[in-house]
Write a protein that binds this ligand. Structure first.
Ligand code: FES
Ligand SMILES: [Fe+2]
Length: 358
């Protein structure tokens, strides 16, 4: 279940130039998003009120948008303000708008029109403007529901089987891995010790072939992952009895990832990787990391889309049988359900209030 009353990732700031019309999909609907001359982002349903031509094939005029089929002009609130050759404008010629938020180089749309946008629930990604890091960004479209992509990111044990050739993950190292899960505001905080992992080539850093990796990430509704990956000399996890390390890591890297439910059975996955800008040839390092991550996420796509096809042909009365590694998935599904129910409860309260007034 994907709650609409949440901030859904729709792109990176750099993709929205002034006056450029970008059509994105969210929860089965198309939204046209554009940046006004003042630099603000506007989101309006991508459907002209006249004969339903997509506004994304239109023209931005200051903070308004003109449909380029018969020329209707809509302001940033979705209200039609001009019909060529006609003086009166029906008030019903009004389109749904979407609250759009921009933070740290990411762009989000609030998916519910019956619950006010809550800016306190924006994900806490490391800003892409952070000068201590250089970043690479990417995205992949899936022919699979966002729920399956969320589940993939909430259970990293799949790395041993899906990513041995890209991330170099092995069954031996993941067989020794230990995970802890805590609740945080709007999500889960997940910590993994993964001993004896193959180290990545990092110029200027002396590392052995194997390191112990400590991965810590918050996973928040409706599918935002903000992760720090720190590498330590092999043996550190054992020495600390798998406790949280308070020593300097050999390498610290960052990844922000986000799953957007574009439809019931389609999703878009955004991923950012960051390495320290102080590394020699940091740009070369990030290019390598991004190429590796893109290969790995393509491996995920192939598996998840195949899984989705099996889910679709499986009768609804056959349940999935969870195992211990599914704990985070189960907890997160409950959180998503709770968020959806909060919306339904709010709508019920509104109906009751309206009835009381009548
Ligand atoms: S469909 Fe947009 S103006 Fe006619
Ligand atoms: Fe994966």
């Amino acid at each position: 279940m994907i709650p609409p009353n949440a901030w859904h990732s729709i792109g990176y700031s750099k993709e929205f130039g002034v006056g450029q019309l970008v059509s994105v999909r969210l929860l089965g609907r198309s939204i046209v998003v554009y940046r006004t001359g003042e630099g603000e982002l506007v989101g309006i349903e991508d459907r002209c009120s006249h004969r339903f031509a997509p506004l994304s094939r239109g023209r931005c005029e200051g903070s308004s948008i003109r449909c380029m089929y018969h020329g209707l002009l809509f302001d940033r609130d979705g209200q039609c303000i001009e019909i060529p050759g006609q003086r009166s404008i029906p008030p019903r010629a009004r389109l749904r708008t979407y609250p759009i938020a921009e933070q740290g180089g990411w762009v989000f749309a609030w998916g519910a029109d019956d619950v006010a946008a809550d800016h306190s629930s924006l994900p806490d990604f490391l800003s892409l403007d952070d000068k201590d890091f250089v970043f690479g960004t990417g995205k992949i479209d899936y022919e699979a529901a966002a729920e399956q992509v969320n589940a993939n990111l909430l259970d990293f044990t799949h790395a041993a089987y899906v990513h041995p050739s890209s991330f170099g993950s092995s069954e031996e190292s993941w067989g020794q891995a230990r995970c802890s899960i805590k609740s945080v505001e709007n999500g889960l905080s997940i910590h993994w010790w993964v001993p004896q992992s193959l180290s990545y080539d990092t110029p200027g850093v002396q590392m052995d072939a194997y390191v112990d990796n400590y991965l810590t990430y918050d996973y928040t509704v409706p599918g935002h992952l903000s992760m720090w990956a720190r590498s330590y000399p092999a043996g550190t996890a054992q020495r600390l009895d798998f406790g949280a390390p308070d020593i300097q890591p050999l390498v610290t890297e960052y990844s922000g990832q986000s799953v957007c439910a574009t439809g019931d059975r389609t999703s878009r996955y955004f991923y950012v990787w960051g390495v320290a800008s102080s590394l020699p040839d940091a740009q070369g390092v990030i290019a390598d990391r991004l190429a590796m991550a893109s290969r790995a996420f393509e491996e995920d796509r192939i598996m998840i889309e195949a899984q989705q096809r099996v889910i679709d042909e499986t009768p609804g009365d056959i349940p999935m049988i969870p195992n211990a590694a599914d704990k985070a998935i189960t907890l997160f599904e409950r959180l998503m359900m709770k968020t959806s129910h909060q919306r339904q409860a709010g709508r019920k309260a509104d109906v009751t209030k309206a009835a009381a007034i009548l």
